[in-house]
Design a protein around this ligand. Structure first.
Ligand code: PHE
Length: 451
C-alpha cells in the first residue's frame, strides 16, 4: 500500500494484506489485555464466551467491514456516506474515527511501558513495576517515544514498514510463545493455573462477563470502529475476503490463547491473584524470566517482539483518523499525521498518570466497579475498548445488513470468494438478526436489565 502520496494505494499482495490486518489485530490486546480481563472475569468461563463471540460474531462481522471498505474504497465516514449520502448514519463513521483516537490514547501508554521494559530486561532488573509506572516523567517520555515511532511510520506510508517487518517478526513471536508455554507449565503449582484458565465454573458468570468477553473479541480483532473498512478499502477485488478473515481470526485467537497458557500457570505457581488489572502481565512475566536460565535475554527479546506487535496495531489505529482526514477533509497526509498524533498524545496523558503518578487519575471512580477498574486508564479501556466498539459493531451490522443490504454485501464478499455462494443465506441471517440482537442484549445488560 502506498501512503506517501495522497492517492489511495493498494496492498502489494494478498499476503501483504493478511499480514497488515493481522498486525493490526495482534498486539497488546492479545498479550496484555486478554489475560488480565480473563483474570478479572472468572478465567475459563470468560475464555469460553470469548471463543464463541470470536467465531460466531467477530468473524462474520469482519466480512461486513471488509466488504463495505472494498466495495466503496473509502474510510468509515466516506464509506457510509457513499452508500447512504448525507444521512445520520455518518455519525457511526465519526464515532469509529473518534474511537480510534480514544483507544490509541491509552494503548500508546501501555505500548510505552512495553518498550521501556526492553531496557529494564537488558539491565537485569525485574522488580518494581509499581514504581516504574508511577514515575510521571518516565511514562510520559516512553509514551511520547512510542507515539513518535508510530507517527514516523504512518507519515511515510504504511507500505514497506508493516509488510516487511511482520513477515519475520510475527513468526518469531509465535515460536517464542510456544517455548514459554512449555517452560511455564513445568513450574510447581502451574496446574492450578491451567485449571483456572481452562475448566469453566459457570457459577462465576456475571452480567459484566458477557460485555467484557464481547468487547475483548471486537478489540482483539480490531473490529467495531471501521479499521477493517479502512484496511479493506486497500484490498483488490481479486482477493478472497473470506479466507483472509479466517486467517486473521485464527492467528489472533491463537496468540491470545497462548498468552493465557503462559500467564495463568506462572501466576498460580507464584501464588498471586489473577484479578490485578492492567499491570498483570508486567508483574508476572518478568518474574518468569528471572527464574529461567538466560532469562533476561529471553525477556528482552520478548519485549522487543511485543513492542513490534504493538507498533503494527498503533499504526493501524492512527491510520483510521488519518485516512478520514485525507479523504474527507482533503488534508495533506504529512500535516495531519502530526496533528492527530499530537492530539492523541494530549488526551493520553491522564491515562499515563493514572497508575500512581496522580492521585486524582489513579482513583477516578466514575464508572461502577463491576464494569471497570477504578483508574483512568481502565475507564478509557472500558469506554472505548469495550463499549464503543460493541456499539459501533451493532450500528455497522445494521447498516450493512439492512441499509446497504445483505444481498449487496454478499455479492461483494463473493467476488474473489466463489465458495461463499453456499453460505450467503446463513451469513445474511447472522448479519441482519443474530449479531445485532445478541450485541444489543449484551449492551442492554450493562444497565443491569437482566440483573
Ligand atoms: N486489535 C489490537 C490489539 O489486540 C487493538 C486494536 C483495536 C487495533 C482496534 C485497531 C483497532 O492489540
Amino acid at each position: 500500500m502506498t501512503g506517501a502520496s495522497d492517492d489511495r494505494g493498494q496492498w502489494s499482495s494478498k499476503v501483504g494484506f493478511i499480514l497488515a490486518a493481522s498486525g493490526s489485530a495482534i498486539g497488546l490486546g492479545n498479550i496484555w489485555r486478554f489475560p488480565y480481563v480473563a483474570g478479572e472475569n472468572g478465567g475459563a468461563v470468560f475464555v469460553v464466551l470469548y471463543l464463541i463471540f470470536v467465531f460466531l460474531i467477530g468473524l462474520p462481522y469482519m466480512f461486513a467491514e471488509l466488504a463495505l471498505g472494498r466495495s466503496v474504497q473509502k474510510n468509515p465516514v466516506g464509506a457510509i456516506n457513499a452508500i447512504k449520502p448525507n444521512s445520520a448514519w455518518k455519525l457511526v463513521g465519526y464515532l469509529g474515527v473518534f474511537t480510534g483516537v480514544g483507544i490509541l490514547s491509552f494503548y500508546g501508554v501501555v505500548a510505552g511501558w512495553t518498550f521501556g521494559y526492553i531496557f529494564k530486561m537488558i539491565a537485569g532488573n525485574v522488580s518494581g513495576f509499581g514504581e516504574y509506572i508511577a514515575n510521571p516523567w518516565l511514562v510520559i517520555f516512553l509514551f511520547a517515544v512510542f507515539m513518535l515511532l508510530t507517527t514516523l511510520i504512518v507519515y511515510g506510508g504504511v507500505e514497506g514498514g508493516i509488510e516487511r517487518w511482520s513477515k519475520i517478526l510475527m513468526p518469531m513471536l509465535f515460536v517464542l510463545l510456544v517455548g514459554l508455554i512449555i517452560y511455564a507449565n513445568t513450574l510447581e503449582g502451574a496446574s492450578k493455573g491451567l485449571a483456572f484458565y481452562l475448566k469453566p465454573d459457570f457459577s462465576k458468570i456475571s452480567g459484566s462477563t458477557a460485555i467484557s468477553a464481547l468487547g475483548q473479541a471486537f478489540f482483539s480483532l480490531s473490529l467495531g470502529m471501521g479499521l477493517m473498512i479502512t484496511y479493506g478499502s486497500y484490498v483488490s477485488k481479486k482477493e478472497n475476503l473470506v479466507t483472509s478473515a479466517v486467517y486473521i481470526a485464527v492467528f489472533d485467537t491463537l496468540i491470545a490463547f497462548f498468552a493465557g497458557l503462559i500467564i495463568f500457570p506462572t501466576l498460580f505457581a507464584m501464588g498471586k491473584s489473577p484479578d490485578q488489572g492492567p499491570t498483570l502481565v508486567f508483574v508476572v512475566l518478568p518474574e518468569l524470566f528471572a527464574k529461567m536460565p538466560g532469562g533476561f535475554f529471553v525477556g528482552a527479546l520478548f519485549f522487543i517482539l511485543l513492542s513490534v506487535a504493538a507498533l503494527t496495531s498503533t499504526i493501524s489505529l492512527l491510520e483510521v483518523p488519518v485516512a478520514f482526514m485525507v479523504d474527507e477533509r482533503k488534508s495533506k497526509r504529512k500535516k495531519i499525521v502530526w496533528a492527530v498524533a499530537g492530539f492523541t498524545f494530549l488526551i493520553g496523558i491522564p491515562s499515563a498518570l493514572s497508575q500512581g503518578a496522580s492521585d486524582f487519575f489513579s482513583n477516578f471512580h466514575l464508572l461502577p466497579e463491576r464494569l471497570s477498574g477504578q483508574d483512568f486508564l481502565s475507564h478509557m479501556s472500558f469506554v472505548f475498548g469495550d463499549f464503543s466498539l460493541a456499539f459501533g459493531a451493532l450500528m455497522l451490522s445494521i447498516f450493512v445488513g439492512w441499509v446497504w443490504g445483505a444481498k449487496n454485501a454478499s455479492d461483494e464478499i463473493q467476488e474473489g470468494a466463489p465458495g461463499f455462494a453456499k453460505s450467503r443465506k446463513i451469513w445474511g441471517f447472522l448479519i441482519r438478526w443474530f449479531i445485532p440482537i445478541v450485541v444489543f442484549l449484551i449492551l442492554l445488560n450493562l444497565f443491569g436489565v437482566f440483573g
